[in-house]
Design a protein. Structure first.
Lengths: 418, 186
């Protein structure tokens, strides 16, 4: 694997590196004074006492943004429908639990796990009720995987607001470690009728969100009845005490506050899989049960509303695919005319966000930067023109076209369609 | 636990598992009363619809009392979704997706109103009032006449204008898995 410096095609000077690092708005939290001499670095001294939980440094400022439908901002948190992760400020590939994007349909219920129950019924040998203690006594597994709202990217279906950040455009994705009972184990234990091909999963929230889950071998093998997230019980916003987790499949299928699984032999046709999460095509028909999150990527730095300077700039971003593992990411710094391969920073896990990076020396002329990803199933992230030609602009959900950032002569980075 | 259900458990355990654990080790049997209380989904063929009935006139009152504050007096929308109109808009640059222009099944409307509405107090409308408000919303969309009465037999027969407007994704249009072959002799 080539080093970033080799990727850039030239050896980098210390001066160039310092200038570049300072220009990346996401890398430094701002306001801190740079020590030009080691003699200026503040002296050591006794620190704060130990504590029950660790807080972020007071020099670090990152938070989600509550938002609503495309183009609506700012949004009063009381009427927001989602809350986007600050992917412009994150490093690596794991999302801190408290910054994992959030979407709910009737608020976050306050559930006492001692009173929580999971009913499994329908085409099963035994109609059973499980407590959380029952579920925690079952065999367990953990998996690092992304979760993505099907609305991620929906800002750019028709127009591109120039004044948005990558948090606005792509903040509805996160990657965590999820822990729980394998769905396959529960299916075996309760004796699901082999003729059952669909499972209704229903939440304990105020709108009782319910989705039909196709019982493919992949979903049976990879599904998790999750009670853990990044090593601790789920946070309430993410489904405490129990949620369904289906790696690679649209966020809404991953039912939070899970309290019912009903097995049947056809889809149940709930509101969310008919009226809501279906993709209206240009001819007026809607794609239904488009459940897999397609191959995707976005450059997170430099990205919307950042400012860069001529010279060295490190390009970094995130790629992911609901089909499997990211095979490669290419970047273009000349508006998709020429492409070169970015370095995958690792770990590169199936159905998880993968960090990529590349060196770039900006000559100070206006240009556009773009990324495109390819997964191990040979799915290639489409350019916007091809994507829109195939889908139209009314689908609202499952937007995975390449994201272009335009850079003007002053180094300002702006969202554009392509 | 009765002798019969204990026996059933044993048979289930013998039949089902590659693993050593059995259902008997986890959970308990759900009672018929519990399943009835929680089994709230309604299928397009009407399975799951309760007894009871409701008409458009009663539905108008239910709507004014519980729905119009968010959805508008005539379902024209407000802080919550527009419910009426929009027919013919799905191929335009500004599609208006409502119950009348987009929803494929009238049964889904009953299911959704019953499970999720009214937003501040879901699952508080009576079954009669749920049928009534569904009739009213369908009438706002000129799908049922003003004198319509809906119940478990008539609701599934309501043909929605956009019933044929959906195309299942190829990957999930026919579901197969290796479990379907379990128990069959090779």
């Amino acid at each position: 694997m080539r080093s970033p410096a080799q990727n850039g095609g030239r050896r980098l000077t210390r001066r160039g590196l310092l200038g570049g690092a300072a220009s990346l708005a996401g890398a430094a939290a701002g306001g801190s004074v740079k020590a030009d001499s080691l003699l200026d670095v503040p002296p050591r001294g006794p620190g704060a006492p130990l504590s029950a939980t660790s807080e972020r440094s007071r020099y670090v400022h990152q938070a989600r943004i509550p938002e609503s439908t495309p183009g609506m901002r700012p949004v009063d948190p009381s009427v927001a429908i989602n809350s986007k992760a600050p992917i412009d400020k994150l490093v690596g590939s794991i999302t801190p639990t408290d910054l994992h994007y959030e979407r709910s349909h009737s608020g976050v219920p306050d559930i006492d796990p001692a009173q929580h129950r999971l009913l499994v019924h329908g085409m099963v040998k035994q109609q059973l009720v499980f407590s959380m203690d029952d579920l925690r006594a079952m065999p367990t597994l953990s998996r690092v995987a992304f979760l993505e709202c099907t609305g991620n990217g929906w800002e750019n279906w028709k127009t591109a607001s120039p004044d948005v950040t990558v948090q606005n455009t792509h903040g509805l994705i996160s990657t965590n470690e999820w822990t729980g009972v394998p769905l396959s184990y529960v299916i075996d234990v309760i004796g699901v009728d082999p003729r059952s091909t669909w499972m209704l999963a229903e939440g304990g929230d105020g709108s009782a969100v319910a989705r039909s889950i196709p019982l493919t071998d992949e979903i049976i093998a990879e599904g998790i009845l999750a009670y853990g997230q990044n090593g601790e019980p789920l946070r309430p916003a993410h489904g405490f005490p129990l949620r369904l987790f289906l790696p690679g499949f649209e966020g809404n299928l991953n039912i939070k506050w899970l309290r019912r699984l009903k097995f049947g032999d056809r889809p149940f046709m709930t509101r969310w899989e008919t009226a809501r999460y279906t993709q209206l095509q240009a001819d007026g028909h809607a794609r239904q049960f488009q459940l897999r999150q397609d191959v995707n990527s976005v450059i997170t730095s430099p990205s919307g509303m950042m400012q860069i300077r001529p010279g060295y700039n490190r390009i970094t971003g995130l790629a992911w695919s609901g089909h499997g593992r990211i095979d490669r990411v290419e970047i273009s710094t000349d508006g998709a005319k020429t492409w070169r391969e970015a370095q995958l920073a690792g770990p590169v896990l199936p159905k998880a966000q993968t960090r990529f990076q590349a060196d770039w020396v900006w000559d100070g002329k206006p240009t556009k930067i773009v990324s495109r990803s390819t997964d191990d199933k040979k799915q290639v992230q489409p350019d916007r023109a091809a994507f829109i030609a195939r889908t139209g602009t009314n689908a609202l959900f499952h937007y995975n076209a390449q994201q272009t950032w335009a850079i003007d002569q002053d180094g300002k980075v702006r969202n554009v369609l392509q | 636990m009765s002798f019969n259900s204990t026996l059933a458990f044993g048979i289930a355990a013998l039949l089902c598992c590659s693993d050593s654990a059995t259902a008997a080790e986890f959970g308990r049997q759900a009672t018929a009363e519990e399943i009835k209380a929680w089994n709230i989904d309604v299928a397009p063929d009407g399975t799951g619809l309760p007894d009871g009935h409701g008409d458009v006139a009663r539905g108008r009152q239910v709507f004014e009392d519980n729905c119009s504050a968010c959805h508008g007096a005539k379902g024209e929308g407000g802080i919550a979704d527009r419910l009426a109109g929009g027919r013919g808009s799905l191929t335009t640059d500004h599609p208006v997706k409502t119950v009348g222009s987009f929803w494929p099944y009238a049964t889904t409307l009953f299911d959704y109103v019953r499970r999720a509405m009214p937003y501040p107090a879901p699952q508080t409308l009576s079954d009669d009032d749920t049928y009534a408000v569904v009739a009213y919303i369908l009438n706002l969309n000129d799908i049922v006449p003003a004198d319509a009465v809906l119940d478990r037999s008539s609701l599934p027969r309501v043909k929605m204008p956009n019933r044929d407007g959906f195309v299942p994704d190829r990957e999930f249009s026919v579901i197969t898995n290796s479990r379907q072959h379990q128990g069959r002799k090779p």
